[in-house]
Design a protein around this ligand. Sequence first.
Ligand code: SF4
Length: 562
Amino acid sequence: MNSQAHSLQTDTLQDPALAALDVDAELSRFEAEQRKELGLPPTDKPATQWVDATQPAFTASQRPHTTILVSGLTMAHDLFVQSALQGVGYKVQALDCPDNEALRFGKEFGNRGQCNPTYFTVGNLIKHLHQLREQQGLSTQQIIERYIFLTAGACGPCRFGTYVTEYRKALRDSGFGGFRVVLFQQSGGLKQATGEEAGLKLDPPFFLGLLKAFFIGDTLNALGYRIRPYEVEPGATDAALQQCKRYVAEALQTRQLLLPVLWRCRRLLAAVKVDRSRVKPRVGIIGEFWAMTTEGDGNYQLQRFLESEGAEVDVQLITAWILYMIWQARWDTDLRANLRGTDHAKKGLDGVNVRKRLVALWLADKVMRVCFQAIANLIGLHGYHLPDMDEVSRVSHEFYDNHLRGGEGHMEVGKLILNVLHNKVNMTISVKPFGCMPSSSVSDGVQSLITEMYPQAIFLPIETTGDGAVNVYSRIQMQLFKAKQAAKREVARALEQCGIDAQQLQQRLQRRRRLQNALHHSPHRVGCTAADLAYEVGAPTRRRSAMDAACRSGSGGGACTR
Ligand code: SF4
């Protein structure tokens, strides 16, 4: 007890007037005074526990006349999810990428003190419903009856756990009370009221469609970021990607065989003319899941801004996030299996065959990786390695406890360390949304320690609030200058080590058409793509093939691994 509290308690005991004070009565009197002053009606009802009312269910009979709204990933993913679900018989519409107008809707109808992604995503739904009412002339009742919103949720410790409640609150306050929000949980499957047959059938075609949408969306996005900075004709990559998206969306919607479509995409992307000898720093974007994934105002269109400033962008994929969830389940199972007593908790192992579960999770991880690589290689995303989740947890656990969940958990720290250790990029940007609990603590606290430990890291945490773009852009430009210098040094070192100059590099490139292909990917050695290319072109053939073989077999050291 501090000295002030102690003296107050002593005063109270000694002063009979204070001791006789009825604190509850005083509080009630004060409340009544304040209510009168603020013009609020008096209340004599006792406080009750707030309960989120159960919403009407989405049932199978409503499927033909109910549109499922989806949103929240990149534009390619949202489009493919829409097409994949249309392919298995649902009416689906992807919302636009959240913009600043969506943020304004979110702030107007959301609770105070939410994190930035909550405002953007909740506001985006309200904005769309407003448009349906104001521009398309639907009545509120028609909108409530004909549309539902499908979103992710979790029981996590951050605000992700309260998203669905936040959606409902904002919907109520904006005049759409009763609009159905169906929760697709981060773990635990789909939650909805049952009775009649559920409107969403969680069968293998449903999940298969979603996985295809994720894998292809990831691959096309990653390829776009690899090719676009080096395109010779501005806009050629985007034009090819637009066509690819159209073909894939149509194939998913009509459930055609994907193989020929993916091959067609490969040919389209391979036809983009590139010049990879341009020296550009590679910038890795990490951070809070939504903020680093969105492509709109939610992160000030960070990816496009970096490209316009002369950088190559390295993004995180949705597939990696799914692998993280599988890793979480494996980690939890391992720990729970060693408890001394029986674990009856919700996700406990009471009555569960632990070995079987671990094998199933191991298998799930492998199947995800094999399927992703198959699609990636088909379209032309060569040499891409999904993160090893055990390695990410191992390098980060001393700085960010692997038990902690919410947001990206330990992954933000692990990814930064691996970016430096494996020379994956020239610069790392961590996007942390304003008001985010896990990401703020990571970026502000732990990552400053990591940059102390690895002074060679060019690292920039940025906070996204919706406004303040100019401030963020100018901070990025300052760090990017350093990254550009680092990239130039890497190229100069590569040329020197290979004993060639820039002109000889160009001459050798002209002779080898394979290296000019947009889908060609040089073996990884350093952060900058042009330097990797210089090592590949400049190394004597025998040394080059020995080094490539070493990189492929994993014995080539850290510099080979990405
Ligand atoms: S991780 Fe941060 S930004 Fe994302 S939902 Fe949780 S609190 Fe919000």
